[in-house]
Ligand binder design. Structure first.
Ligand SMILES: *Cc1c(COP(=O)(O)O)cnc(C)c1O
Length: 486
């Protein structure tokens, strides 16, 4: 299987190991497989008796053809082990008539783990496959969650080092403690006296600083990124849709071949794009409902055919969906409309902040997608209703999806899979307040209180955090960030 860029027709073809190492194409586009492998109903049925890592190795082997099945299986077994996930990697809870696919049982209690637990292993293997002599140096600026998920994913991975910067007063106490207590011999965490933008600008400046690159090269290293547009992060996300379908057949909830609708709480469009790819491969999925919070740029795009980022940005209780540029949408444009049109749209987006598609083009997209948005009030009410009616506690992002699914289902549809992307404990203050409870000032007290109120289990990684010992205490000014390299 070869990979091409979303922005150039007949672009150069690359192996999967190359695109995982490289990240972004030279023309600024994203890498996509040149065609999608097929998944027949009998392929799906043959996966029903398999474990999550075996299902992952099978699906990944269709895309990452320059990795051996043994390599993929051992990467998947290490990534999705019972020690790390406390059980199956992507379990389903039936709540009323709907199925919640819980993608947050990993080491940091959020769905980024599904990709970030395996991607570093794929990157490490790619170095050998592409004849790379230097080791990879990952630099991350984080406003909280991605940093911790990346640290957990890259921790003690061969031939990779990782350095994470975070704004000293820009993350919650829990996030700070999570990062400062990170284990591993190849990790480093530094806080900066500044905000997230300072951290991000600092990292960008370092990435393009030739003297730093030269210093890295002298030490046998090169810069790589943990970026969410890397194909190595997208491919593992296809797996859990196939896996969920298998589980629903196994549990007698679905007949083989029956259509299943999916609702995904969407930010950067990676998760829902993985569902689209699974569907195009042959997984019997019906409508893909793209759920937005108050930042409803994607809902507007799907319903009106105009992608317009020239709008007010809102900070919401579902911060991982507070996004005005959904990078992975570019891959959908490519699959539906081709490279020429994709390049034109991306150019218009960067020069004018807006692009639009014709009705005929939008009909192609609406054949697979619907868009529904959920307000802050509806998010809180959904959390409280689901808990009140079913005793099911969900986080704010999942609540946006559950509300969007309910809106969509008014028009009918198939059985519905709602993608749940974070543990409610990850957003304990907002969840408590949705339940009508007073919110303690201290984050750790909020965890305890949410447990006292709901009696739902606290994930181990969060329960142990208060007493975890701190390893990293360094704080620097933004201009000193460059001195922290290596
Ligand atoms: C990243 C994230 C999302 C958004 O996923 P995308 O793939 O960026 O659309 C939703 N919920 C949570 C909790 C996340 O961390």
């Amino acid at each position: 299987m070869n990979y091409i860029s979303t922005r150039t027709e007949n672009s150069e073809k690359h192996s999967s190991a190359f695109v995982i190492k490289k990240g972004l194409a030279d023309d600024g586009g994203l890498f996509v497989p040149e065609n999608l492998p097929e998944l027949s109903l009998s392929d799906i049925e043959s996966l029903i008796s398999k474990s999550y890592p075996e299902r992952a190795a099978y699906i990944l082997s269709l895309f990452l053809t320059d990795y051996s099945r043994e390599e993929l299986l051992s990467a998947a077994e290490a990534a999705y082990s019972v020690e790390k996930f406390g059980g199956p990697a992507a379990p389903i809870s039936k709540v009323g008539d709907d199925y919640f696919l819980e993608l947050w049982h990993g080491p940091t209690s959020a769905f980024k783990d599904m990709a970030l637990q395996i991607m570093p292993r794929l990157l490490s293997l790619s170095l050998g496959k592409t004849g790379e002599e230097k080791d990879a140096y990952i630099l991350v600026a984080t406003s909280g969650d991605t940093g911790k998920a990346a640290l957990e994913g890259y921790c003690d991975i061969d031939r990779v080092k990782i350095l994470v910067f975070y704004p000293v007063n820009g993350v919650s106490n829990i996030q700070k403690k999570q990062m400062a207590s990170q284990k591993g011999n190849n990790v480093e965490v530094v806080s900066i006296n500044g905000n997230f933008d300072d951290a991000q600008s600092g990292v960008k400046a370092i990435f393009s600083d030739n003297s730093v690159k030269a210093k890295l090269a002298e030490n046998g290293l090169f810069f790589s990124s943990a970026n969410s547009i890397n194909w190595g992060r997208l491919a593992p996300q296809i797996v859990y849709y196939v896996s969920a379908y298998c589980d629903l057949i196994a549990e007698g909830e679905l007949k083989a071949g029956e259509l299943l609708d999916v609702t995904v709480p969407t930010g950067n469009f990676g998760n829902i794009l993985a569902a689209y790819i699974a569907k195009k491969m042959g997984l019997p999925l019906g409508k893909l409902v793209c759920a937005s919070n108050r930042n409803d740029i994607l809902t507007d795009f799907i319903n009106k055919g105009v992608y317009d980022r020239r709008r007010e940005f809102f900070t919401t209780v579902s911060p991982s969906m507070d996004i005005l540029i959904s990078s992975n949408l570019e891959r959908l444009l490519f699959f539906v409309l081709g490279a020429e049109k994709t390049r034109a749209c991306m150019n218009k987006l960067s020069s004018e902040g807006v692009y639009s598609l014709s009705d005929a083009e939008m009909e192609l997209i609406r054949a697979d997608f619907a868009g529904c948005a959920c307000s802050e009030e509806e998010t809180a009410k959904t959390i409280s209703d689901l808990f009140g009616e079913f005793g099911y506690l969900c986080d704010t992002h999942t609540a946006v999806a559950a509300n969007a699914a309910a809106q969509y289902k008014k028009e009918g549809g198939n059985k519905m899979l709602i993608v749940s992307t974070a543990s409610p404990y990850k957003f304990a203050p907002a969840v408590l307040s949705s339940l009508g409870e007073a919110v303690p000032e201290d984050d750790f007290d909020a965890l305890d209180k949410l447990f006292a109120v709901t009696k739902c289990a606290i994930p181990k990684n969060l329960a142990n955090l208060r007493s975890a010992s701190v390893r990293f205490t360094k704080t620097v000014d933004p201009k000193e960030m460059v001195d922290c390299i290596i």
